[in-house]
Design a protein around this ligand. Structure first.
Ligand code: GUN
Ligand code: FE
Length: 426
């Protein structure tokens, strides 16, 4: 049966402003898609629908995390004293090696998915590890929870410990096994070469061929750190830029592609991203923690690049995409201090990046326009709203001050996602 939800509704159809419907209505059909949204019940098409009244609460699109490493969850909030390359070698690779053990993987992955749920992230693009069984487990945990995810078994076969290196043949076999498992569900696979330094040309070629053959999306890292960029130039001397090193292997927009960071992308690389519709996952906390730099997001938006937000646990320490909006705005203010021609990001722009823009990678996700999948959060901000703030002020205060305690309902594709459903959150 169709349902109608009543609440204070906020979403960003355009990045320049919030749509705000005080005591508005959203009708959702049986497939979990929005039929319509309106200020009054009479103008909404919800014949015979059940009405669920959320009173004075806020109803907003759910969060999307475009870049996060599930097997780095144990390292969240530790090991922030090194830059990217030594950080990977000393902290990250040793932790990821533990995921050969499926019992360890299951324990950590359940906590990880539970905490995404807590912070209202209903869709994510996730790096797992090279281990096929643990990756399958992670996909199943998302599936059980009813949360959307594109999960990548990671491709790596050089410049990493033996325990994290896999032959190209074994990688292909594992990927083919994983992709066949999932049909039309909320969970799918994504081709995930870790980054150029850990993938031989043969591995990159295999990744590109799999993406083309099975029409799978692609995710990786791009131009995050200056030492990394110099290393890639040595490893792939014929490439005109780091992005071109992916492009040559069919991993740069030939199928839908997300590149994390893009802190130092410019010139050719930005042109290629634009031409190939490559999406940027902006991960501001990670960029601070591993001292990579400040991604010039205003410049990318001006260029027309697609940009979403990512937590990048555990380079990033914070799983909340709300907090990521704040960090993204703050970084843009530092850029603005250096160059007044780059206006800092507004609240609606940051919200749009986290919802409608990032959501576009998963289909019609991230807005409440008709035809969009109903991914939503209900926020009870009474404890933050002592002084009769406006709805715009209330969402701003929630973004800056709120946390999981104020999120009282979560929906993914029309279904409420509840803690402790099935075995998902042991
Ligand atoms: N580049 C390659 N691997 C990683 C990773 O795990 N985290 C980050 N931040 N950058 C990477
Ligand atoms: Fe990352």
């Amino acid at each position: 049966m169709n349902r109608i939800y009543k609440a204070n509704i906020l979403f960003t159809k355009e990045k320049s402003r919030f749509e705000i419907l005080e005591n508005g209505y959203i009708a959702v059909d049986d497939n979990g898609c929005v039929i319509g949204v309106a200020k009054d019940l009479a103008s909404i098409d919800g014949e015979g629908a059940e009405i669920i009244d959320f009173g004075d609460r806020l109803l907003i699109p759910a969060m999307n995390d475009l870049h996060v490493h599930a097997p780095q969850y144990r390292n969240q909030g530790i090991a922030m004293d090194l830059e990217l390359l030594p950080w990977l070698e000393n902290y990250t690779f040793p932790e990821e090696m533990k995921y050969a053990d499926t019992a360890y993987a299951e324990r950590m992955y359940r906590r990880f998915v539970r905490d995404l749920w807590r912070f209202g992230t209903m869709r994510s693009c996730v790096f797992a590890t090279i281990h096929t069984e643990s990756t399958r487990l992670l996909m199943n945990i998302f599936e059980e929870a009813g949360m959307g995810a594109l999960v990548g078994k990671v491709g790596m076969n050089r410049n990493c410990p033996e325990g994290l290196s896999e032959s190209v043949e074994s990688y292909i076999e594992g990927m083919e096994a994983l992709m066949k498992e999932k049909g039309k569900s909320l969970v799918g696979t994504i081709i995930t070469p870790r980054f150029v330094p850990t993938c031989t040309p043969e591995m990159l070629r295999a990744c590109g061929e799999l993406a083309a053959k099975y029409h799978l999306p692609v995710q990786s890292h791009l131009s995050e750190n200056k030492d990394e960029i110099a290393w890639v130039a040595e490893l792939e001397p014929e490439s005109t830029c780091y992005g071109d090193a992916y492009n040559r292997y069919g991993l740069f927009g030939q199928t839908p592609t997300i590149m994390a960071h893009c802190v130092w992308s410019e010139g050719n690389e930005v042109e290629l991203m634009k031409r190939n519709n490559v999406m940027v996952a902006h991960c501001p906390t990670s960029n601070f923690n591993v001292a990579s730099g400040m991604a010039p997001i205003r410049r990318y938006l001006n260029e027309g690049l697609r940009v979403g937000l990512g937590s990048d646990i555990s380079g990033g320490h914070d799983l909340s995409i709300f907090r990521m909006m704040v960090y993204a705005i703050q970084v843009s203010k530092m850029h603005y201090q250096q160059d007044h021609n780059l206006p800092f990001l507004t609240l609606s722009e940051a919200f749009w990046m986290a919802t409608k823009s990032a959501g576009s990678f998963f289909g019609r996700v991230g807005s409440f326009e008709p035809g969009y999948e109903f991914d939503a959060l209900v926020i009870d901000d009474r404890d933050l709203n002592h002084d009769n703030y406006t709805l715009l002020e209330r969402i701003e205060r929630y973004i800056y001050l709120g946390d999981d305690r104020q999120i009282v309902h979560r929906f993914c594709r029309g279904k409420e996602v509840v803690l402790c459903c099935g075995q998902a959150f042991k």
